[in-house]
Design a protein around this ligand. Structure first.
Ligand code: ATP
Length: 564
């Protein structure tokens, strides 16, 4: 007897999801948005994981290094070819509407309809199609990807085009942040939001959290543990302004605060992978760090944490800019390893031979770290002092600054490791330079000698309620030629549109900015303006969503006015 073919999974139509995304975009209330997302998740069935990813503007979960690899410029070409509109007109439409997805939708709406009736694309089809694109490599890939995007755009309705374009470019702009997603999962599948958040901080993937909540409920979420080679969200530090304040908060362990890149190394049977604070895998850029860890750690399986710092011949720290050159470097890694040597100072151990140590006290975690690491030339323990004497801690702080480090970290020896939270278990103490980490949202081409560089960067902070970026000032000083070149090269592919010298950028890059003062001002969207903002460093290690919030700006402003 002939076997009937297995039923093909079709699932939801992409058009239906696009409809919901439209509704979300028009919904201002966070509560209502949560309801809408929750009911979409509830009805997603086997499409759930894709739905969660798409709403957040992703094709792959955050820990997955795969990328679609279609930049803004190529997208403009695709829209131009698919709609028969000159590229310049596409750019103008983007400039007028302020968004590539919206512009594509408008141009596709105007396009004369083909006589062929379009078949409805399912969500699964769109997903697997984009997934396939990410796997293409080698010569001619860009052209092949372009043709594929055009084919996809031509297969869907203008409303779907809008979201497809945004998806390919990696930004959905419907305002669903991690908080709304967490609450929607909780609502849709009747699990506690805190449990969803805990699971997320460990596996860093809300699509998987949602799937487990759907199929296994709260009990399933509770079982989620640490996974090797899946970075967990680092525990973050609060700020103190004096040694005494840290002592008052229960801290007895003092460590040098190194100015480098926070790394999390995962080790399994001799294989080592290195992740950044943003959970990016940088093993390729830092083979020396992986090798050094491999040679110094004796455990079979472990997750350890530390700060990697660029150093000179006498092991003195070099400014962060040196290290930052290594972070995004894809080629000629050997040269970088030779020219910018690094030391990794280890300070924590979150997992050891099958055991999750995050629930253990810091004292125990540090003891575990000490047991499995033998210091070498490139891997050392963070310099630590245990004391409850304010004088001794103060001298330690001064000593750290004298050696060129940033300050001290004060830690609570009795506290657990809370992934992804800024709980009061660890504090940073550094000289008062209240800088802000801000995202660049626009810029202007320079003049004269600087004509080929972007300069005068429009900076923005984050509105924690809406996840939008709100402008706060223009930064035109502090960048050296080399940094201007770097900023230009990095920002150019993110240009959304250009008008004269002005370019609107997709918010992708964070910088640390210094300033003289924060004032209230109607000029910028945030309602505040920085006086004389200047570039301190480029923070590739920070995601735009991690830039400073409007609340922090407001509290710094308050502090300024109080001091006056
Ligand atoms: P965040 O508090 O969000 O990490 P940030 O990146 O601006 O903000 P810093 O002000 O630099 O943070 O202080 C915290 C960072 O200090 C840690 O994330 C880590 O990268 C670094 N650091 C340096 N030395 C240590 C140490 N001994 N222990 C813990 N963290 C350290």
């Amino acid at each position: 007897m002939l076997k009937s073919p297995a039923p093909v999974f079709r699932g939801m139509d992409f058009a239906a999801v696009a409809e919901t995304l439209s509704t979300l975009e028009e919904t201002p209330s966070r509560l209502e948005m949560t309801e809408i997302v929750a009911s979409l998740l509830k009805s997603s069935g086997r499409d759930l994981r894709t739905v969660v990813l798409f709403i957040r503007g992703r094709v792959f979960p955050p820990w997955d290094p795969r990328e679609i690899g279609v930049a803004q410029k190529s997208m403009i070409k695709c829209v131009s070819t698919a709609t028969g509109t000159p590229a310049k007109k596409v750019e103008e439409t983007i400039a007028a509407l302020g968004d590539t997805g919206l512009a594509a939708e408008a141009l596709f709406t105007k396009k004369p309809q083909t006589t062929l009736t379009k078949k409805k694309m399912s969500l699964a089809e769109i997903h697997s199609s984009l997934e396939k694109m990410a796997s293409w490599e080698g010569k001619g890939t860009q052209e092949k990807k372009g043709r594929h995007v055009i084919e996809l755009l031509n297969s869907v309705s203008p409303n779907e085009v809008k979201y497809l374009v945004r998806l390919v470019l990696g930004e959905m702009r419907v305002g669903v942040g991690e908080g709304i997603m967490r609450d929607a999962i909780a609502k849709a599948f009747g699990v506690p939001a805190a449990e969803a958040e805990r699971a997320f901080s460990l596996i860093n993937d809300y699509s998987e959290v949602a799937e487990i909540a759907r199929t296994k409920g709260e009990a399933g979420l509770k079982k989620i543990g640490i996974l090797l080679f899946r970075p967990l969200r680092p525990m973050l530090a609060q700020t103190v302004h004096s040694v005494q304040e840290a002592l008052d908060n229960g801290c007895r362990a003092w460590e040098y605060k190194y100015d480098g890149m926070r790394i999390q190394a995962h080790i399994k049977n001799g294989e080592v992978r290195v992740f950044t604070r943003r959970l990016d895998d940088v093993t390729h850029q830092f083979p020396d760090v992986a090798e050094a860890i491999k040679n110094t750690v004796t455990a079979k399986e472990a997750i350890i944490e530390g700060e990697t710092v660029a150093v000179d011949e006498s092991e003195r720290p070099r400014p962060f800019q040196f290290l930052s050159r290594r972070i995004k470097r894809k080629y000629k890694i050997d040269e970088m390893v030779r020219d910018i040597p690094v030391i990794t100072y280890l300070f924590d151990c979150m997992y050891l031979d099958g055991k999750n140590l995050t629930t253990q006290k810091m004292k125990g975690r540090r003891a575990a770290l000490n047991k499995i690491v033998t210091e070498g030339n490139h891997v050392k323990f963070s310099r630590t002092l245990i004391t409850n004497s304010a004088d001794k801690a103060e001298s330690f702080y001064k000593e750290s600054l004298k050696l060129g480090h940033e300050g001290v970290m004060a830690k609570n020896l009795g506290a657990a490791y809370k992934p992804g939270s800024r709980v009061g278990y660890m504090y940073k103490l550094k000289p008062v330079t209240e800088t802000l980490d801000l995202v660049i949202v626009a810029a202007e081409w320079g003049e004269g000698r600087r004509a080929n560089w972007l300069g005068s960067y429009l900076l923005a902070c984050r509105d924690p309620d809406t996840n939008e970026f709100l402008s706060i000032g223009r930064m035109a000083t502090g960048a050296k030629d080399e940094q201007l070149q770097y900023l230009t090269d990095t920002l150019k592919p993110t240009i959304e549109f250009q008008k004269g010298k002005f370019v609107k950028l997709r918010p992708t890059l964070v910088v640390e900015a210094g300033y003289q003062e924060i004032q209230k001002s109607p000029t910028y969207e945030s309602g505040y303006a920085l006086r004389f903002p200047r570039l301190i460093t480029i923070r590739e290690d920070r995601a735009p969503e991690e830039c400073d919030s409007l609340d922090r700006v407001a509290s710094l402003h308050e502090r300024f006015t109080a001091k006056k």
